[in-house]
Design a protein around this ligand. Structure first.
Ligand SMILES: Nc1ncnc2c1ncn2[C@@H]1O[C@H](COP(=O)(O)OP(=O)(O)OP(=O)(O)O)[C@@H](O)[C@H]1O
Length: 233
C-alpha cells in the first residue's frame, strides 16, 4: 500500500538515499534497521512527504504521490510519529491531542480515542506536555497514531531514551496498533524487539538497501555487519 520505488533523496549537502525501493504492504509491520546516519529518518521523511525525492516515486494505494505535500499524505492516512516526538511542550496534553487531529477529524472524538488508547493521558489532560515524564510524552506522541485514523504509521525511534519497562509498554501499544490492521514502518534501535514485531525487515547501509526479507531469514552477522559497517565509515 505504501511504496517507495527507486527513490534517491538527500539535502543540499548531498544525496543520502540511493535507489531505494521499499514496500509496506497492507496490515503488515516493516522494520527499517541501520547504523546511525544510514538514512532511516530521511527515508521516513520521503515517505511522509516532508522531503521530495530527487528521483523515484512515492506511491500510496497504487497512486503516485511523489512531490505531494505532507498534509495531503496525512489526509490520505500516512501518519508520521517523528524522532524527538514532535509534541508541543508548552501546550497542555489536551491541546496537543486536538492539534494532532488532522483537518476533517472531529477533535472531541480524537480526544476520546487518545484517552481510550492511553488512559494515563486522560488523567493528565490539563498538564503541560513538557512537564510529563519521557514515557508519558512518548505516549502523547504515539496518540497521534490513534487520532489520525491512519492506514500506515511511520515510527521514528519511539523507544529512544526510555527505561526498559516503558519500552515494553510502548511495544505493547505498537502490537495493538498493528493488530487493528494498520500498517507500521518502524525505525528502531532495539533490533531484537523490532524483529519480533516485524513481518519484513529492510537494512539500510549508507543510503543503500543491503537486505530485504523476513525476520526469520536474517542472520545476526548481516545485522552486525550493517551496523559495524556504518560505524566504521
Ligand atoms: N536537514 C539535513 N540537512 C543536511 N543533511 C542532513 C539533514 N538531515 C540529515 N542529514 C544527513 O543525512 C544523513 C542521514 O541522516 P538520517 O537522519 O536520515 O540518518 P538515520 O539513519 O536516521 O540516523 P540516526 O539513526 O542517527 O537517526 C546523515 O549524514 C545526516 O547528517
Amino acid at each position: 500500500m505504501l511504496e517507495l520505488r527507486n527513490v534517491s533523496a538527500g539535502y543540499e549537502t548531498g544525496l543520502v538515499l540511493r535507489n531505494v525501493s521499499l514496500t509496506v504492504p497492507k496490515a503488515s509491520v516493516v522494520a527499517l534497521l541501520g547504523a546511525n546516519g544510514a538514512g532511516k529518518t530521511t527515508l521516513l521523511r520521503v515517505a511522509s512527504g516532508q522531503l521530495s525525492p530527487v528521483s523515484g516515486q512515492v506511491r500510496l494505494g497504487g497512486e503516485d504521490m511523489t512531490g505531494k505535500r505532507s498534509e495531503k499524505l496525512a489526509r490520505r492516512g500516512v501518519c508520521h510519529v517523528p524522532e524527538g516526538r514532535g509534541i508541543f511542550p508548552s501546550l497542555t496534553v489536551a491541546d496537543n491531542i486536538r492539534l494532532q487531529a488532522p483537518p476533517g477529524v472531529d477533535r472531541r472524538k480524537a480526544l476520546k480515542q487518545a484517552i481510550q488508547a492511553f488512559p494515563r493521558l486522560g488523567e493528565r489532560l490539563e498538564q503541560r506536555a513538557g512537564t510529563m515524564s519521557g514515557g508519558e510524552q512518548q505516549m502523547l506522541a504515539l496518540a497521534r497514531a490513534y487520532v489520525c485514523e491512519p492506514q500506515v504509521v511511520l515510527l521514528d525511534e519511539v523507544s529512544m531514551g526510555l527505561a526498559p519497562k516503558i519500552v515494553d509498554e510502548i511495544f505493547v501499544y505498537l502490537r495493538q496498533l498493528a493488530s487493528t490492521g494498520i500498517s507500521l514502518l518502524v525505525v528502531e534501535q532495539y533490533v531484537a524487539r523490532a524483529l519480533e514485531l516485524a513481518d519484513y525487515v529492510y537494512i539500510l547501509d549508507r543510503g543503500r538497501l543491503t537486505y530485504v526479507g523476513e525476520p526469520s531469514e536474517i542472520s545476526e552477522e548481516a545485522i552486525a555487519h550493517s551496523y559495524l559497517g556504518g560505524l566504521a565509515s
